[in-house]
Ligand binder design. Sequence first.
Ligand code: CUA
Length: 320
Amino acid sequence: MGGILNSIHRFFSEMSRSSSPNEDYINKLFLWFLLLAAIIMIIIIVAVLIGAIHYRSKRHQGEPEQITGIKWLEITWTIIPFLILVIFLYFTVRFMKDIDQPVDKDQQADLIITARQWWWEMQYSKYNITTANELHIPVHQKLLMRVESADVIHDWWVPELGRKIDAIPGTSNYSWLEASDTGEYKGACSEYCGTQHAGMRILVISETKNEFERWVQEQQKVPSLPVDSVGQRGMRLFSERTCAGCHSISGIVAVSHIGPDLTHLASRKTLISGVLPNTPKNLYLWLQNPQKLKEGSHMPNFILSNNELEALVKYLEDLK
Ligand code: CUA
């Protein structure tokens, strides 16, 4: 019994975990719906049990009296569900109004999120920063996200920070993002988008205003060029082996946005859209054979030698 209660408690605390005002609304609504649905279910179970036990047919009783239509009962069981639905509709619309506050036509989004197979491009319009898969935000600040897609339909969802929002090619969807606590929040693409749908994770890092500003300053810096010979070799390889054909790194001739911007790769916690922790070892394995770690990824295998791999890893892992 204790185990079951424990599981129920865990279920509810997991379901209602929230770190944003929007998610609080969603949780409240969900729990009310669930509570009412549970009450209705209990009433039905009790009625069925009474019917089955108390009114079961006795031996040799023959067929019971047949009743066809009781007007007052039918009216009652039409009106009650109707009222329940009206109440739900009222609260749904009210909370939708709070969660999806209207966006002015000329309002500039703070964040532009572009979903791609299979990673996220994140741009901060005000700060002129482009990053990937990891979003730093200041705590208690309401940010407007513009969510788009460069290929197929994806869906942005970080459960603790509020609603889902579809990323649809050719159109822009807007959503508000606000964290009420500092910390890390995990999310993932929530619309099936191909082989690596599951490898399209999101990490949102909510920080104090100071921490966020420091991060912005770091991101705006052009990374310094490598001073050691291995790193310099890595930088040369980056241009020669056509990495620069897809990725951009500010400060060198690499401006393509087909793949993630790598300007401050070393400052990120994860690699390959959240699939692995960002360590030199994992980056080495990724560059050695991308398809092994993320099958279907658009990152080609350049069949690099061990020396080349080491040089590239050194160069990229110094991009703080
Ligand atoms: Cu992107 Cu599923």
